[in-house]
Design a protein around this ligand. Structure first.
Ligand code: APR
Length: 247
């Protein structure tokens, strides 16, 4: 990666009136959580159609063991990496207004970030599809699958967005509002392949904002939306950028 791109990106970020970050699975890979797409991706090993809400409701005994293995066991062991920590440092320095993340791993909050819009929800809670009661996931044992609702015995669903589900209105509006105000957006570890989340950088761009992209490889954003492309691992490039901004 050229130092030219790093310097220009750092200058743009330092001078930003309202900078935000838009993150995806790639920012958590160095925390031990596999991405969904690309080499070693979850969808190269599991059929995403099983994580469609209708299929889950029809076959919970088949899907819940996969939910436990892919999301709860893996995420339970994960810790924030230098990319998450760098964004929290940028927010503490008053240079980042907030994060819109597609990730459900809560690693931004674990790193100390305060304004985090979880566009696809998180694994922290579950909801009963019968009595609609919410539960902290930590209070629900996963030795019996599907775990029965403690109140009515109904089917519990993790409180993150399955395929075929809408985005919670409040978090969608908060994310769009931030993107409409942002004049710089860091796009880290996402190929933007899933709508409507993937539109967030376009909202910033369409309002005249600057896009700084950090990714291992080029994406659908790189050649028509990105202004500065910092190629490499999020856990290396993000702290490098933040150091250049705060130096
Ligand atoms: N550093 C930076 N980028 C990385 C790294 C890394 N160490 N490892 C992978 N990447 C990049 C890949 O190049 C790819 O662009 O992260 C991206 C991962 O892409 P996806 O797995 O598609 O993740 P994401 O874009 O977040 O997926 C969006 O799809 O399945 C749904 O709901 C799920 O939130 C998810 C959404």
């Amino acid at each position: 990666m050229s130092n030219h791109a790093l310097k220009n990106a750092a200058d743009a970020l330092r001078q930003a009136r309202c900078a935000m970050a838009f993150t995806g699975a790639g920012i958590s890979v160095e925390s031990g959580i596999p991405p969904f797409r690309g080499p070693g991706g979850v969808w190269s090993r599991y059929d995403p159609d099983m994580f469609e809400k209708g299929y889950f409701k029809r076959h919970p005994e088949e899907v819940w063991p996969l939910l436990k293995e892919i999301f709860f066991d893996m995420i339970g062991r994960a810790k924030p990496n230098p990319a998450h920590l760098a964004l929290a440092e940028l927010e503490d320095a008053g240079k980042l207004v907030g994060i819109v993340t597609q990730n459900i791993d809560s690693l931004h909050q674990a790193a100390g970030s305060r304004t985090v819009h979880e566009y696809h929800g998180s694994t922290r809670r579950m909801q009963c599809l019968s009595c609609r009661t919410y539960f902290e996931s930590s209070a629900i044992p996963l030795d019996t699958l599907p775990p029965p609702c403690p109140v009515c015995g109904g089917l519990l669903k993790p409180d993150f967005v399955f395929f075929g589900e809408g985005i919670p209105t409040d978090v969608h509006l908060a994310a769009i509002e931030l993107a409409a105000q942002a004049d710089v957006c860091l796009v880290i570890g996402t190929g933007g392949e899933v709508a409507p989340a993937g539109r967030i950088p376009h909202v910033v761009k369409n309002h005249g904002g600057t896009i700084i992209e950090i990714n291992l490889r080029d994406t659908a954003y790189t050649y028509n939306t990105t202004d500065y492309f910092l190629e490499g691992k999020a856990g290396v490039r993000t702290p490098e950028l933040v150091r250049a901004v705060l130096a």
